[in-house]
Design a protein around this ligand. Structure first.
Ligand SMILES: C[S@@+](CC[C@H](N)C(=O)[O-])C[C@H]1O[C@@H](n2cnc3c(N)ncnc32)[C@H](O)[C@@H]1O
Length: 206
């Protein structure tokens, strides 16, 4: 198992009990995301954690595949989905880098609180572009520390060396927007949730 998977496995049980920090913001993102769903939507959520968002969205779509590189996160997500009887939600252990899915197979891809945690977020965006059907949308919510918290680049590596933090990439919201556009997306919805979090809905042209 990779060090990243081990890190997330170790904190999965604690993560699953953590309350949502901005309930109103979370609800708004659920609501905006659902505008892009139809009852026929085939949805992918990568880096799904313990599956709570995928389970909440499941009643609004045909099927949702939720993936995460941490086996423990996925174990908890499967238990939660069984409790919620979310039979159209399935959960797989896979990193976004290794995810093996057919090109052009999803109507909507969700990447929530994950892009800033990847070694190569630009390649991940390109992969997502390929996984979407023409006209499909990528919904992302991303911590962009490059705008207000550049000092984090001194603290992050220490936290990581101590095993207290995962890899956290530091980039600006404008760089993320540029990355989405460079991959071929058109930005359709743009919301700055707070000083750190940028929420985008980006469409692959039809
Ligand atoms: C901050 S949590 C976010 C979880 C969930 N999306 C949420 O919004 O609560 C980040 C998640 O991404 C997963 N993760 C980290 N690197 C990943 C990668 N390369 N591919 C897939 N999942 C990854 C972690 O295991 C963790 O569950």
């Amino acid at each position: 198992m990779s060090d990243t998977a081990k890190f997330w496995d170790k904190i999965a049980d604690r993560y699953s009990k953590k309350p949502i920090s901005d309930e109103q913001g979370y609800e708004k993102k659920l609501e905006v995301t659902r505008k892009y769903f139809t009852p026929d939507s085939n949805v992918l959520e990568f880096g799904c954690g313990t599956g709570s968002t995928a389970i909440l969205h499941a009643p609004y779509v045909k099927q949702i595949l939720a993936t995460d590189l941490s086996p423990r996160m996925i174990e908890i997500a499967r238990e939660r989905a069984a409790d919620a009887q979310a039979t159209n939600a399935s959960f797989d252990v896979a990193s976004i880098e290794s995810l093996d899915a057919s090109a052009g197979s999803f109507d909507v891809v969700l990447g929530l609180s994950i892009l800033h945690l990847l070694e190569d977020w630009e390649s991940a965006i390109e992969k997502i572009f390929g996984l979407l059907k023409p006209g499909g949308v990528f919904v992302s919510s991303t911590v962009c520390l490059g705008d207000n918290m550049r000092w984090f680049r001194f603290v992050g590596p220490i936290g990581r060396a101590l095993g207290l933090m995962p890899l956290v990439q530091i980039f600006r919201k404008s760089e993320l927007e540029e990355g989405l556009k460079n991959a071929g997306f058109r930005i359709e919805y743009d919301w700055q949730q707070n000083a750190r979090v940028a929420f985008f809905v980006a469409r692959k042209p039809g």
